[in-house]
Design a protein around this ligand. Structure first.
Ligand code: GLC
Length: 567
C-alpha cells in the first residue's frame, strides 16, 4: 500500500477557510494559522483549491497565471510558509491543477485572440460558425452554448464552462509542454501531488459532432463527445512519463462519467497515469434524470441504489485500481443535508455518513466544515449568492424565463454550490471567527450553534468522532486493503457490510433513516463481535439488537475462520 492509499485528505476552499487580514476573504496565512486544528483532526493531506491569480469568474478555476498566488490569498512566501507548516507536522500538500481551460484573461488567450495568425492561436479551440450560429449544438456546464463568437476574427472558441474559461487545445504539443513545465514548477517547490480539475475532458471528439438534444433544452451537454475522449489516455500517459513519474506524488483526477472499468485503466497500479479518480455515480442518485436540468433537481435517493452504486465501485476497483471516497466538495451541497438529516438527527446522521466514508476502500476526502456537520446555507435572497452557476440558473429561469423565484430558490437551496462555500464557522462571535471584516459571501446562519470552538469543547461532537474514525482507519488494514461484501443489498434502510483482510474482519452497520430498526430476523450480530466505534454506543459496550435512528456501528471480529459470514 502506498502512502496516499493510507491517507485521509482534507479539502480547503481557500476563499472561505480563514481570513487573516480582515478583507473578508480567506487567505494562506489564515490556513497556516489553523494547521493545528487539522493536525488534531488527524488528516494526512491538504488539497488546496486554486489560489492562483484568476479572472474572478469561477472561484479561482479561471486562471490567469499558473505560477503565481492571487493577491487576496497572499504571496508565494506565504504559500511556502504554509507548505513548511504542513510538512513540519507530517502533513502533505496537494495543489489544484486546472488545465482543461484557462481564463480568457490569461496572456495565452489574449495573444491567441489577436488574430488567426497569432502564434498562440492554436493554444485554444477555434472553429468557423455554422448557418450563422455556433459550430455545433454543444452546451456549456454553466448554461448556454459552449461556443463563443470572437467578433474580431469571426471564429468561435470552445468553452465547456463559462465563456471566460476557454478550453485549451491539448492536441497541440506546445500546450502540453507548457502544462508539464508548470507542473514541474510546483513539484520542484515541494508539493505532494495534484488534484486534476475536469481532467477527462481534455480530448474532444474530432469535428465536434452535434449531440442528440434529449430534452427541449437548446444547448445540451455533449458529454459523450468530450468525456474520456479518444486521446485522453495518450495525454495522461505522456504527462505521467514526462513529469509525474519523477516524483513520489499522488494525483486525483476529477472524472465525471467514468465507469469502474475506465477508472481501473486510469489508476492501474502498474500502468495507470493517475493515483485515483473522483467518480460521480453516487452524485446522480438524487437527480430527476428526466427533467431538462437534472443537475438542479432533487428527488429522494434510494438506499438500495446507494449501496448498489458504492458496491459496484468497491468491487470493481478492488485489486485493479484505486478510488477516492467523498460525499461532498465545493461543487455540491453539504453531505449532511443531502444524504443525512440536517434537522433532528443532524449530529447522528453526520456521524453515520462519516462512518461510511471512512470504512470503505479508497482514500477518504473531508470537505471543510463537514467535520462539524455544517448543513446547507439557505439564503432567502438571490443577492446573497455568488456562484456563477447559481446566478446563471436564476437569470435564465427567473429573469429571462419568467419562472417563480421561489421555485428556483428552492432548487438552489438543495443543489447550489454556494451551500458548501460559506465561511468556515470557527466560533459564535462576529464574523464566525472567520473574518473581522465583511465576509465575501454571507455566513451560514447556523454558525452560532455549529462552529469549531463548540465542537472542540464537546466530547460527543462530530469533530471528535471524525478524529476517532481517522485513528481507527489507521489501525485496521481491513479498512484500507480488505475485501468488501454487502450483506443486505436490497434492504431499504440497513447498509451492512463486511471488510475482510487476512485475520481480521470488520462489520459495519448503518441505519439510514429516522426509524428504529430491529435487527431480529434481518441480521445477526456474531457473538464474538467487539464494538470499535459507534455514534450511540461506546467502544466495548454490548449494544442491543436494535439500531436507533441513524445509528452507525463498526465491529471487529478477530478471525475470519471464527466468524464466517454473519447472518
Ligand atoms: C471543476 C471544479 C469546479 C469548476 C469547474 C470548472 O468541476 O471543481 O469548481 O467550476 O471544474 O473549472
Amino acid at each position: 500500500m502506498t502512502w496516499w492509499q493510507r491517507s485521509v485528505v482534507y479539502q480547503i476552499y481557500p476563499r472561505s477557510f480563514m481570513d487573516s487580514d480582515g478583507d473578508g476573504m480567506g487567505d494562506l496565512r489564515g490556513i497556516t494559522a489553523k494547521l493545528d486544528y487539522l493536525h488534531t483532526l488527524g488528516v494526512d493531506v491538504v488539497w488546496l483549491c486554486p489560489v492562483y491569480p484568476h479572472g474572478g469568474v469561477d472561484g479561482g478555476y479561471d486562471i490567469t497565471d499558473y505560477r503565481g498566488i492571487a493577491p487576496e490569498y497572499g504571496t508565494l512566501a506565504d504559500w511556502q510558509e504554509l507548505l513548511a507548516g504542513l510538512h513540519t507536522r507530517g502533513m502533505k500538500l496537494v495543489m489544484d491543477l486546472v488545465v482543461n481551460h484557462t481564463s480568457d484573461r490569461h496572456p495565452w488567450f489574449l495573444e491567441a485572440r489577436k488574430g488567426v495568425g497569432s502564434p498562440h492561436r492554436d493554444y485554444y479551440l477555434w472553429e468557423p460558425g455554422r448557418d450563422g450560429g455556433p459550430p455545433s449544438n454543444w452546451g456549456s456546464h454553466f448554461g448556454g452554448s459552449a461556443w463563443q463568437l470572437d467578433p474580431a476574427t469571426g471564429e468561435y472558441y470552445l468553452h465547456l464552462f463559462a465563456p471566460e474559461q476557454p478550453d485549451l487545445n491539448w492536441a497541440s504539443p506546445t500546450v502540453r509542454r507548457e502544462v508539464y513545465d508548470l507542473m514541474r514548477f510546483w513539484l520542484d517547490l515541494g508539493i505532494d501531488g495534484f488534484r486534476m480539475d475536469t481532467i477527462n475532458m481534455l480530448s474532444k471528439a474530432p469535428g465536434y459532432p452535434d449531440t442528440a438534444p434529449g430534452s427541449d433544452y437548446a444547448y445540451p451537454l455533449a458529454e459523450e463527445h468530450f468525456l474520456n475522449g479518444p486521446e485522453l489516455l495518450t495525454y495522461l500517459r505522456e504527462m505521467h512519463a514526462e513529469v509525474l513519474s519523477a516524483y513520489d506524488v499522488m494525483t486525483v483526477g476529477e472524472t465525471p462519467g467514468v465507469n469502474p472499468d475506465q477508472a481501473a485503466v486510469l489508476t492501474d497500479p502498474q500502468t495507470g497515469p493517475l493515483s485515483m479518480v473522483f467518480q460521480f455515480d453516487h452524485m446522480a442518485l438524487d437527480k430527476d434524470t428526466g427533467s431538462a436540468r437534472p443537475r438542479w433537481t432533487t428527488v429522494p435517493y434510494s438506499v438500495p441504489e446507494l449501496k448498489a452504486v458504492l458496491g459496484r465501485w468497491q468491487t470493481g476497483l478492488h485489486g485493479r485500481g484505486w478510488n477516492s471516497l467523498y460525499l461532498s466538495n465545493h461543487d455540491v451541497p453539504r453531505m449532511v443535508s443531502r444524504y443525512g438529516d440536517d434537522g433532528a438527527y443532524r449530529v447522528a446522521s453526520a456521524k453515520l455518513l462519516a462512518t461510511l466514508l471512512f470504512t470503505l476502500q479508497g482514500t477518504p476526502y473531508v470537505y471543510q466544515g463537514d467535520e462539524l456537520g455544517v448543513p446547507n446555507a439557505k439564503f432567502t435572497s438571490i443577492d446573497d449568492y455568488r456562484d456563477v452557476d447559481t446566478l446563471n440558473l436564476y437569470r435564465e429561469e427567473v429573469t429571462e424565463g419568467g419562472r417563480d423565484p421561489a421555485d428556483i430558490l428552492a432548487m438552489i437551496h438543495n443543489k447550489g454550490r454556494d451551500n458548501a462555500r460559506t465561511p468556515m464557522p470557527w466560533n459564535a462571535g462576529p464574523g464566525a471567527g472567520f473574518t473581522t471584516g465583511t465576509p465575501w459571501i454571507p455566513l451560514n446562519p447556523t454558525y452560532a450553534d455549529i462552529n469549531a470552538e463548540a465542537a472542540l469543547a464537546d466530547p460527543d461532537s462530530v469533530y471528535w468522532y471524525y478524529r476517532d474514525l481517522i485513528r481507527l482507519r489507521r489501525g485496521h488494514p481491513a479498512i484500507v486493503d480488505g475485501r468488501y461484501d454487502d450483506l443486505r443489498p436490497t434492504h431499504d434502510t440497513l447498509y451492512a457490510y463486511l471488510r475482510t483482510h487476512a485475520q481480521e474482519q470488520l462489520l459495519v452497520l448503518l441505519n439510514f433513516g429516522g426509524a428504529v430498526l430491529d435487527l431480529d430476523g434481518v441480521l445477526e450480530i456474531p457473538a464474538n463481535a467487539e464494538l470499535l466505534i459507534g455514534n450511540y454506543a461506546a467502544p466495548g459496550e454490548v449494544p442491543s439488537g436494535t439500531l436507533q435512528p441513524w445509528e452507525a456501528r463498526v465491529y471487529v471480529t478477530r478471525t475470519v475462520e471464527e466468524t464466517g459470514t454473519p447472518g
